[in-house]
Ligand binder design. Structure first.
Ligand code: M6R
Length: 607
């Protein structure tokens, strides 16, 4: 995963790099490192742990001066988290930072060792500077040596490369994200936009096999064969404030509270209530009437949004929708062809498995449509069509506002397709639009009761296991609630379809297992009340999230939270919010690293 950043310009690089690295820390925080070029010398510092530890060293050291440099924050893949495996890596005077995986590094390393190269780390990355030096020794210039090296690598890379005897910074990309920030007389490279959004809002999204050369205040873009390529400069509407905590203790809390705004932004310009229409400016779907099947593919939280999408699409459009986890889909020889549509859902647009699923879909002739939050991301660029969730940058590793905006997009897409197919009439669409327009306000009413959830968290923070139960469209909601709790609080939480409880999990129930039920008063409500009865009989504790307090069950559960009412399709957007808050407050009480939970990274760009 890892985050990389680079700078070449008229200002001191150290501050710029450390600040950007802090913003990239969500991509990995096993170690951090920096390299600064100053008049033909490169000062390097690497540290196990977080960027702040690195900062303490370089800010008190005069060697870390210079107007060109690279930095890296690591999520360990090859080699344990340690100083020796931290980037940058150096061979002779060539210094490299890398995000990605070099698949053929063992064979390259063996060959290089046979030739006398000495390795100081266990990483795959270290072969890169050694390969470059090999070519330099044969008399190639810096740029050609880098190009020749890139041709020898198998796998994925976003690279920043500098050399002591050159005033040039080189960046290269293949299957790992890398952007160029264009400033006034200065350039930045970074793994994502928020890292440098405080410096510029003009970006070039590098494409695979692009090589960017920053020299003498200019940028030259070529491909690995040395041929010049043209890339557009995009203006990005995200602001610096969006990528900051804005007074909240954690990004996750800020992002939970941003959901009313994020959903409103996602709806704007797309819903035409009077006309009973939903339109996506950026989208040109093929002939939908020929579609035999829709697939919704993703990972983690985005996958839960897909299952919710399936419920709403099938109920309203009567088109079969198959959902799959991207890492399963890509290896299971799925049956699909040119009359299928593949919807790939991803906050980052960089999740390796989801990208692979898209490529598999394309190979088999399916139409691919991505639902992404990050402009210029791989899925956004490479799918046949794209719809953006306008959630703004999501920095907390635990996904929150991305999820509710993904559901909003899938809901609008359902209305859009429903109209095209003549399966939904304008009146029906108008009513649905009316309902989704009310969602931001309804979320706000839940957020206004966050203190109630905080108290619940205080009461339940000491439990070691939780069971989450829901039915129908709220089964994925409880899956999402359980995922949130386990990833940030490290408490074991399992989600089940409520009707499945009697097929096994019921054996777990006693007074030490809190059971979280999400059960609005829909067609499954009475059945789920039956499941609650079964839990009560076995002395289980129930936390019930429902929109109905008239059922006698409401007075028998241990804790009751009343949700605002909405239509079936939109219930998950409301019912997930208290679950996000519950997970957040429990983790906060337990003192875990909420925004950067252990072992996780925000964008999972490796398999
Ligand atoms: O960027 P993506 O939406 O593709 O990411 C998918 C998952 O990695 C992500 O949702 C992950 O499960 C989150 N940590 C969940 O909070």
């Amino acid at each position: 995963m890892c985050g990389i950043v680079g700078y070449k310009g008229k200002n001191e690089a150290c501050d710029i790099l450390i600040e950007a690295l802090k913003r990239l820390e969500y991509r990995g925080y096993d170690s951090a490192g920096i390299a600064l070029w100053n008049e033909g010398r490169i000062a390097i510092e690497r540290k196990k742990g977080k960027v702040d530890d690195l900062k303490k060293i370089v800010y008190n050291n005069d060697s870390f001066k210079g107007k060109m440099g690279l930095a890296h924050t690591r999520w360990a893949t090859h080699g344990t988290p340690s100083e020796r495996n931290a980037h940058p890596h150096k061979a002779d005077d060539v210094v490299v930072v890398h995000n990605g995986i070099i698949e053929n590094y063992i064979e390259l390393k063996t060959k290089l060792k046979d030739e006398g190269h000495k390795f100081l780390s266990d990483t795959d990355t270290e072969v890169i500077p050694h390969l470059i030096t090999n070519h330099l020794r044969k008399g190639m210039n810096f740029i050609d040596a880098v190009r020749a090296t890139l041709k020898e690598l198998k796998g994925s890379y976003a690279l920043g490369i500098i050399k002591e005897t050159e005033k040039t910074l080189i960046a290269a990309k293949k299957e790992s994200p890398l952007i160029v920030g264009v400033g006034e007389g200065e350039y930045f490279i970074a793994s994502d936009v928020p890292a440098i959004i405080n410096r510029t809002n003009r970006f070039i999204f590098l494409e695979d096999n692009d090589v960017a050369i920053f020299k003498d205040g200019t940028l030259l873009l070529i491909n690995v064969d040395g041929k010049e390529v043209q890339r557009k400069v995009h203006e990005v509407y995200w602001t610096e404030a969006m990528a900051e905590k804005g007074g909240y203790k954690h990004f996750m809390l800020k992002e939970i509270f941003e959901q009313p705004r994020a959903i409103s932004d996602t709806l704007i310009g797309r819903i035409k209530e009077e006309k009973g229409l939903v339109e996506f400016e950026e989208l040109k779907l093929p002939d939908i009437s020929k579609m035999k099947k829709i697939w919704m593919i993703a990972c983690g939280t985005s996958y839960h949004a897909c299952i919710i999408g399936k419920h709403m699409f099938e109920a309203n459009l009567r088109i079969p929708v198959e959902t799959d986890i991207a890492s399963e889909f890509r290896y299971r020889d799925p049956i699909l062809g040119k009359n299928d549509m593949l919807i790939l859902v991803s906050q980052s647009g960089e999740t390796a498995d989801t990208i692979a699923a898209m490529k598999e879909g394309k190979k088999r002739g399916a139409y691919t449509l991505s639902v992404c939050n990050v402009l210029g991301s791989t899925l956004a660029r490479e799918a046949d069509g794209v719809i953006f969730t306008h959630a703004g940058p999501e920095i907390g590793v635990a996904s929150t506002k991305a999820f509710t905006t993904q559901i909003s997009v899938l809901f609008m897409l359902m209305l859009h397709i429903g109209k095209k197919l003549g399966k939904m009439q304008s009146d029906e669409i108008r009513n649905s639009i009316g309902e989704i327009k009310k969602i931001p306000h309804k979320i706000q009413t839940i957020l206004d009761m966050s203190n109630v959830i905080e108290e619940l968290a205080r009461k339940y923070m000491g439990f070691k296991d939780f069971l989450y139960l829901g039915r129908g469209i709220n089964y994925p909601t409880v899956q999402e609630g359980a995922l949130k709790l386990k990833e940030i609080s490290y408490i074991h939480a399992e989600a089940y379809a409520a009707g499945e409880m009697k097929h096994g999990p019921i054996a777990l129930i006693d007074e030490n297992l809190p059971v979280v039920f999400v059960s609005p008063n829909d067609h499954t409500y009475k059945k789920t009340c039956g499941n609650m009865e079964e839990v009560i009989t076995r002395r289980g504790r129930i936390l019930l999230f429902t929109d109905d307090n008239s059922h006698e069950m409401a007075s028998r559960v241990d804790n009751l939270f009343i949700l605002p009412k909405t239509i079936y399709e939109l219930q998950p957007i409301l019912s997930v919010v208290p679950l996000q808050l519950l997970a957040y407050y429990i983790a906060n009480f337990l003192g875990t690293d909420v925004d950067q939970p252990r072992n996780l990274a925000k964008s999972v760009t490796v398999e």
